[in-house]
Structures are given as C-alpha cells and as structure tokens.
Design a protein around this ligand. Structure first.
Ligand code: NAD
Ligand code: MG
Length: 413
C-alpha cells in the first residue's frame, strides 16, 4: 500500500489521481491533500479519503474549513478529522508530510515550486505534473534532486511516454531520472502535440479567438490554464524545456510533431536509429497511474486501445506562424538560466489576463516576447532560488504594466 500526497487535489490532475486511489484502494492510501479555494470539493475529498493532513493555499480560509469540518465530525466518526494547515508553509508541510511516500504535484503554475522543492528536500518520490516548476527553476531543482534521493517520475503524458520507452534501454539508473545529464543511447525526442483548439483555424482569424474558443480542447480535458497553453502551443514549448531538463538532450534533438489523434504520446529515437513510442487513448489517468505504481504495472479494466477504431494516425510539422509561442519557448530554453523562468511567468500572467478577457489571444505571445527581450541583458546563467523567484515576479509585473499601457486595445477596458 503506497501512501500518497496530492498537491492541487481539487484540479484536473488532483481529482483524477483521487479517482485512481478510489479505484485501487488496496494499492494506494491518500494521506495528504492541498487545495486552492474549492472548499466544497476539498470537504468531499476529506470525507472520502480521510487524509491525515490538508492545507489550503489561502490561509485566510482555514478557520472556515475547520468550522465546516467540525460540523461534519459526527458523520466522519470513527475517523479523525485531518490536521488543517494554511498558506505557503502549510503547502510545504504537506509536501514533506512524513508518512507520504509519493507526492503528486498537481498545483498549476510556479505556485508549485516551493512545495515541490519541499517534497524533494524531504526525499519524497514525485509524480511531476506541475511542469512550470521545472521550467522556471530547472537549475535549482536538478542539483537538489541529484543529492536528495528523491525520484522524479514524469506525469505529463509526453514525458511519461518517453520515460516508459526508456525503461527498456540500457540505462544506468532508471530510477533517478533528472540529473540533466544526457541519457545514454537517446538520440532524439519527438513530442507529439494535438495542435490545440486552433489547429484547423486560418491563422488570419486568430485575432478573433475568444476565451470560450481557446478553452475547448479537441482531445484532452484539463484545467483552463493548460488548455489555453495548448491552444498557443506554449504547453508543448514548455514541454520541450521540461524534456531538456528531464532527459538531458540539447534543443536541436527535441522536436514537436502535430499528431491530431493524440494516440502516440511521444517517441524516442535511439542511437541505432530505432524509434520507440508509447500509445494509449488520450486519458491522463494512464500516465498518473504509471507514476503511482512505478516500477510495477497494475491490471486495470480501463478501455483498451483499438487502433482499428482509430483508423489512421497522422503527423505534420507545426506551423511557426500559427504558433509563435513555440519559437519563444525554444529561444528561452536555449538561452537557459533565468530565461525559462521569465518565459513561464510572463506566460502565466498573460494567460490569466486573457482568461479575464483583458487582452486578446494574440497579445499572449506579444507580451511574452517583450518580457523575454527585456530580460536578455539581465539573464543569470546559474540562478539561486531567490533569483528565480525575483525574476518570476519581475516578469509578471512587466506583463501587467505593458497590458495596462496598451489599454485602449483591451477588450473590456
Ligand atoms: P487545475 O487548474 O485543474 O488545478 C490546479 C490545482 O492547483 C487546483 O487544485 C487548485 O486549487 C490548485 N491551485 C491553483 N493555484 C494555486 C496556488 N496559487 N497555490 C496552491 N494551489 C493552487 O490544473 P491542472 O490542469 O490539474 O494542471 C495542474 C498541473 O499539471 C499544471 O502544471 C499542468 O501543466 C500539469 N498538467 C496537467 C495536465 C492535465 O491533464 N490537466 C496534463 C499534463 C500536465
Ligand atoms: Mg503534456
């Protein structure tokens, strides 16, 4: 029985993780949860899973949660109420919770960085969904991983696919993935991308894209931020940087290929030119379960892949003019140091403004490009955690100020 902590339990990754825990109660026990602000769902999760501890990101709502749980306590008997923590410290305490063996990082954005570091420092195994953490702070996270004994298992479907493909290769230490050292025998990675909501739009129409358009993903059901990132292809750009940090390949050997069916979750080319791929329906439960059960495989009754039902698998190169964020991400990855942190934070801020209908869809790449350009002269090659956090805050301010400056162009100004 593996004890798991779920950070961001009320989100898309979090709820799917808890569904898996419920489906396999003899394999997984949920000992710790964190949530942003969905108290109703968190309370329901506490009732179902009886965790030892929960933390709310907003410390101001802890008293409210305590009160609501106390009212429920008779119904929870004989199980005890969890310990309730709040704020950044509470999230980090949950991430390092002593009884947890594996921590699922389902918080969205750079907000996941400090809890992820707390889990690493406590030597926990990680199911890493929160890619923004690695992208913003790869130079900080990787050395910590190398010394902590913590094992990083990728939950992002593409990186899970690569990880699974590499299990069969002569790899000196399959358990400790991410040291940034090139993986022996690995020549090239091809990350597959659905192409997102606008893959079939005429690029000339993208200026008309609304929030509703950008948040309807053709293949995957995910949180709003990552769904917009899929529409801009920034998600794939971030995944290129994630793959660089996880598998140690340089950027010339990490490619993106549009694969509208989302059946092949990524491919690796090995030194002898052999290509390995991992296939499945587009369902995040597969990569999440793969992390939870690793290195074992669990027998599931889940819908089995039927390629004859799919019919055909198609592939094409991504169009750089449709997806300017892709080029921005490669450039930031190649620049390295603090640049990916700036790219990531500018993207988070721009996407948040877009979701609030305060900027246009095409303002997203424009604002990110400007923040990255302005950061060029100040790039720090080997940043500390403090520098990463400073640059993250700086990039957010840049985007906010620039968005405010061009206010006449804003939708609802
Ligand atoms: P989501 O928006 O559905 O859920 C986010 C979770 O984080 C929620 O529980 C929310 O309450 C919590 N949260 C939000 N802001 C927070 C803050 N400031 N502090 C603490 N907690 C906060 O997001 P998601 O789609 O589940 O994505 C989570 C992460 O997993 C992202 O990094 C995303 O890139 C990655 N990911 C998601 C999917 C997917 O299918 N959803 C696939 C691959 C990777
Ligand atoms: Mg992915």
């Amino acid at each position: 029985m593996k004890a798991i902590a779920v950070l961001g339990s009320t989100g898309s990754i979090g709820t799917q993780t808890l569904e898996i825990a419920e489906e396999f109660p003899d394999r997984f026990r949920v000992v710790a949860l964190t949530a942003g602000n969905n108290l109703d769902l968190l309370i329901e999760q506490i009732r179902r899973h009886s965790p030892e501890v929960v933390a709310l990101a907003d410390a101001g709502r802890v008293a409210d949660l305590r009160q609501r749980l106390a009212a429920l306590e008779p119904a929870l008997q004989p199980r005890r109420l969890p310990e309730i923590l709040g704020g950044g410290e509470g999230l980090c305490a949950v991430a390092a919770w002593p009884t947890a063996e594996l921590v699922v990082t389902g918080i969205v954005g750079c907000a996941g960085l400090l809890p992820t570091l707390a889990a690493i420092r406590a030597g926990k195994d990680l199911a890493l969904a929160n890619k923004e953490t690695l992208i913003a702070a790869g130079p900080v996270v990787l050395p910590e991983l190398a010394t902590s004994g913590s094992r990083l298992l990728p939950a992002d479907s593409e990186h899970s696919a690569i990880f699974q493909c590499l299990q069969g290769t002569p790899w000196p230490d399959t358990a400790r993935l991410s040291t940034g050292v090139p993986t022996p025998g690995l020549r090239r990675i091809q990350l597959t991308a659905s192409g997102g909501a606008f893959r079939d739009w005429d690029p000339a129409d993208l200026h008309k894209a609304t929030v509703a358009d950008a948040t309807s993903h053709p293949n995957w059901s995910m949180g709003r931020k990552i769904t917009v990132d899929s529409a801009t292809l920034m998600n794939k750009g971030l995944e290129v940087i994630e793959a660089h940090y996880l598998f140690g390949l340089d950027y010339d050997h990490i490619e993106i290929v549009i694969h509208p069916q989302s059946i092949i979750h990524s491919m690796v080319e090995l030194a002898d030119s052999s290509v390995l791929a991992q296939l499945g329906w587009p369902d995040m439960k597969l990569p999440i379960l793969s992390c939870l059960s690793w290195p074992e495989r669990i027998d599931t009754p889940w819908r089995r892949l039927d390629l004859t039902a799919v019919g055909s698998l198609t592939f094409r190169d991504p169009d750089a003019s449709r997806y300017p964020c892709m080029g921005l991400a490669y450039a930031a990855g190649r620049a390295g140091g603090t640049m990916p942190a700036v790219l990531n934070a500018a993207n988070e801020q721009a996407v948040a403004l877009f979701l609030e209908e305060r900027i246009h869809f095409l303002d997203i790449p424009r604002l990110i490009e400007q923040a990255c350009e302005r950061h060029t002269a100040d790039l720090t090659a080997d940043p500390s955690l403090e520098t990463v956090l400073e640059m993250d805050a700086w990039a957010r301010r840049q985007v906010q100020e620039e968005a405010a400056r061009v206010e006449p162009r804003l939708l609802h100004a």
